[in-house]
Design a protein. Sequence first.
Length: 65
Amino acid sequence: MLTDKQSLLLCGLMAGGILVGGVLDILKNFIVLTILTIIFLTVVINLFYSKMTSKEDPENRNNSK
């Protein structure tokens, strides 16, 4: 689904969004919360998706190295 670089970029974007939102005191804004929640859920879903696919198909993972 997402590559490692994309996941790291999304994690950094979420951390930066929380930092900037906290400093500017806009974390109570519905739009900011929605964007940060979508980013968080995307990272978590990608984590579970990548773990499930690696367990289901260990042969392809070993052959790709």
